[in-house]
Design a protein around this ligand. Structure first.
Ligand SMILES: Cc1cc2nc3c(=O)[nH]c(=O)nc-3n(C[C@H](O)[C@H](O)[C@H](O)COP(=O)(O)O)c2cc1C
Length: 324
């Protein structure tokens, strides 16, 4: 683990995941990393989550590490964000670590191998826990084409996804966050609703939200989610507000900020949505590093919790730390 820190972050992440895959394949992950002992199941919409801690989107964008991550004891895994066509994302470097702040800034820009590749990976998985798929649009897609991208991904992943997350909140694809505005969101949700009927999809559909929107915008989104009877929200994606990195020389690096500095902001949004609509299912994500953080997400209204940045900094032991 220590040696990995010597590499640039993106190379270190890929190396770490490949080492994990190797350890899994030779049967060592279960020996090296103890899976949680006391597990409280969570049941929702015919799905059984064996515990409430999951992998957030972006860690396994292409479904290359599902079984290895599953062997560590995660209750659920969300793969993606996937787009219809493979794309390389923004120029490197595009992941920046802020070790002292326990934070990361990324501006990857939906680099992924495309939905057909992801589907082939999902089909060959052995992981029998809950698998969510996070879907998005290609960078060059605008207007109706952008909506068509979501529809294509939805229809292709529906036969294999225990839930589908509609990602409207990545800050690194130009204009994607305009999908938070009513005039752009309603046509998208309408199209997702039709795709759901066409695919005969009765599993949950979540919308992944930005923490940088006004309450007014968020309440309108919740109303729209209810109108179409989608199941819930994932709160939240990364933030463009970097105030918490004030002391750092690198505060001007552009991209989405995750980790500890996102904790309060994403919690506030979670609480706001929960007080507006307590029956909507919420997946809490943002800055969870210890059991207290996990508990606070649950107390703020989350039924399930996801992690990304703490897994990067702490490795697999974080899962036990949160659950035992
Ligand atoms: C390097 C990196 C890549 C990410 N990629 C995605 C992505 O493709 N889709 C998505 O919905 N969220 C993505 N996220 C956001 C995470 O899923 C999560 O919402 C965010 O990092 C907050 O959680 P954390 O503080 O535990 O990291 C990414 C985050 C990071 C750090």
């Amino acid at each position: 683990m220590f040696l990995l820190r010597l590499f640039p972050p993106e190379i270190a992440h890929t190396l770490a995941l490949n080492i994990l895959n190797f350890l899994y394949k030779i049967g060592l992950t279960k020996i090296l990393f103890k899976v949680p002992k006391k597990e409280k199941h969570f049941y929702f919409n015919n799905l059984t989550f064996k515990n409430r801690v999951g992998v957030a989107a972006g860690l396994d964008k292409n479904g290359d590490y599902i079984d290895a991550l599953g062997s560590l004891g995660f209750g659920f895994i969300e793969v993606g964000t996937v787009t219809p066509v493979q794309q390389f994302g923004n120029p490197k470097p595009r992941i920046f670590r802020f070790k002292h702040q326990h934070a990361i800034i990324n501006r990857l820009g939906f680099n992924n191998k495309g939905v057909d590749y992801l589907v082939s990976r999902i089909q060959s998985r052995s992981f029998d826990g809950v698998l969510g798929v996070n879907i998005g649009a290609n960078k060059s897609s605008e207007g109706q084409k952008r909506i068509d991208d979501y529809v294509e991904c939805f229809l292709k992943v529906a036969p294999y996804a225990d839930y589908i997350a509609i990602n409207i909140s990545s800050p690194n694809t130009p204009n994607l966050r305009t999908l938070h505005q009513k005039e752009n969101l309603l046509p998208l949700l309408e199209a997702m609703d039709l795709a759901r009927v066409q695919a005969n999809y009765s599993n949950p559909v979540f919308i992944k939200l930005s923490p940088d929107e006004s309450n007014n915008t968020i309440f309108k989104i919740v109303d729209a989610i209810n109108k179409f009877q989608f199941h819930g929200v994932i709160v939240s994606n990364t933030t463009l507000e970097h105030d918490q990195l004030k002391d750092s020389q690198n505060e001007n690096i552009s991209g989405g900020l995750s980790g500890k500095p996102l904790f309060e902001k994403s919690n506030l949004l979670l609480k706001t949505i929960h007080s507006y609509d307590s029956s909507l299912i919420k997946i809490g994500v943002g800055g969870v590093f210890n059991k207290e953080d996990f508990q606070q997400k649950i107390e703020s209204g989350a039924s399930l919790v996801q992690i990304y940045t703490s897994f990067i900094y702490q490795g697999p032991r974080i899962i036990n730390k949160l659950l035992n």
